[in-house]
Design a protein around this ligand. Structure first.
Ligand code: NIG
Ligand code: FE
Length: 412
């Protein structure tokens, strides 16, 4: 396909940048008045309209009519396979209960686990696919999905099989993470150590045997799993070929960043509560600092210090955390805008944080995260806009007109 009359082609690079760190994050490649060519589902070339090539005989020609073209979002942290929804807790929160108080009363994650247990694999797939279509329509082209609402070996495998089925049936790129240590399963109440044994001795080997996940995650935080337990789970996961990506420092300064970096985690996520020490560590390593502004917004928590982390030289990504408890939205444009408004990222930094750095934190920046010859042609077209900055600024104005995944238009 030859796409002509693009107002601004945004997020172009040479394809040789795995991630951007620190001040490099303010760099965003743009081409004004551009054309873009796609061959065999991948970007093949781009340039300016004054030198637009003639279309080949068999080539489809499309007109962007002055709209902008962006690389699809790479949402590196979601929990979109879940059963039902939890708006009852939404009301609890309005009435003053905290996320931890709800969890202590047996709500929260355990609530979703009960519901998931009662839901068939088919029904779970159907419910999750509604969210998959929703995020594709909002510009996401590569997504990580976690297990963690099973909390028994059978139910964790059920969730991961649903993720595998989504991966097979959608043009979006899907990456699977095993998060058995998301909470202690009900049957193990008061016996957390034994639950960790099951995670290490039963769940991880079963997940690896079926090849159902690429990453291993732990909710390493106050009231959930300790640093020692996290250390043990990540050691076991690594032995079985799973790369760590963890939840850390959401509820307390948990030591999660340190244990994640020690295990060469691809990313440490949340980070609402990190100090100078954690920022310094992240600035010296290739572990991505992934922040989730949608969770801070929804739970009324502090925002992660993304600005400081960038100033210090860390690789910062922003993701949606789409889940029923702390962030019931996968709107990455909103994530970008909150990143700008509340975390003081510039639009260019927020765009890089939700594209190339998100791709890197899923180990996918070779194929996704920017518009470069050879990368998979995942992109969307907007209506004409006055500038790139307008996009996060007019944060709720719908602008996307068409979405393409693997070079093909996605219709809903
Ligand atoms: O990333 N923090 C831990 N897990 C999810 C929330 C899960 C839930 O409440 O259902 C998160 O915020
Ligand atoms: Fe999460």
């Amino acid at each position: 396909m030859l796409l002509r009359n693009i107002g601004v082609l945004v997020g172009v690079d040479g394809g040789d940048t795995p991630f951007l760190r620190g001040r490099e994050m303010s760099r965003i490649g743009t081409v004004e008045n551009a054309w873009l060519r796609i061959r065999d589902g991948r970007f093949s070339a781009f340039g300016t309209m004054d030198e637009c090539p003639a279309a080949d005989a068999d080539e489809e020609v499309a007109d962007a009519e002055g709209g902008y073209v962006f690389p699809s979002y790479c949402d590196s942290h979601t929990h979109i396979v879940y059963a039902g929804s939890r708006e009852r807790e939404f009301i609890d929160k309005i009435n003053g209960l905290s996320y931890e108080e709800i969890a202590k009363r047996g709500g929260g994650i355990l609530n979703s686990a009960d519901l998931l247990h009662e839901t068939s694999e088919n029904e779970l797939y159907t419910q999750a696919m509604t969210r998959v279509r929703e995020i594709m329509a909002m510009g996401t082209g590569c997504v990580e999905i976690k297990s963690g609402y099973g909390l028994t070996t059978a139910d964790e495998l059920k969730m991961l099989r649903v993720i595998a089925r989504i991966a097979e049936s959608t043009p979006m790129k899907v990456k699977a993470t095993f998060l058995g240590a998301h909470a202690v399963g009900r049957a193990f109440a008061g016996r957390q150590g034994e639950y960790v044994d099951v995670v290490c001795n039963e769940m991880i080997p079963a997940v690896a045997a079926e090849g159902l996940a690429e990453f291993v995650d732990v909710f390493c935080d106050a009231g959930f799993f300790t640093v020692e337990e996290t250390d043990r789970i990540l050691t076991t996961g690594t032995q079985y070929g799973l790369r760590p990506k963890i939840h850390a420092n959401e509820l307390a300064v948990s030591g999660g960043v340190q244990v994640g970096v020690k295990h060469n985690a691809l990313s440490v996520d949340h980070l609402e509560r990190i100090g100078e020490e954690e920022i310094a560590i992240l600035s010296e390593h290739q572990t991505v600092a992934t922040m989730l502004p949608g969770a801070s917004f929804f739970l009324g928590m502090p925002y992660g210090p993304a600005r400081k982390a960038i100033e210090s030289g860390a690789i910062v990504a922003l993701a949606s955390d789409y889940n029923p408890g702390s962030s019931p939205s996968g709107n990455m444009r909103m994530v970008m805008s909150i990143g700008c408004i509340k975390m003081k990222l510039t639009p260019a930094e927020a765009l890089n944080a939700t594209t190339i750095n998100g791709a890197y934190s899923m180990n996918e920046s070779r194929d996704y995260g920017s518009i470069a010859p050879g990368k998979v042609a995942n992109f969307y077209i907007t209506r004409p806009m006055p500038s790139v900055d307008f996009y996060p600024y007019a944060y709720a104005t719908p602008v996307i007109t068409k979405t393409y995944l693997k070079g093909k238009e996605v219709t809903f």
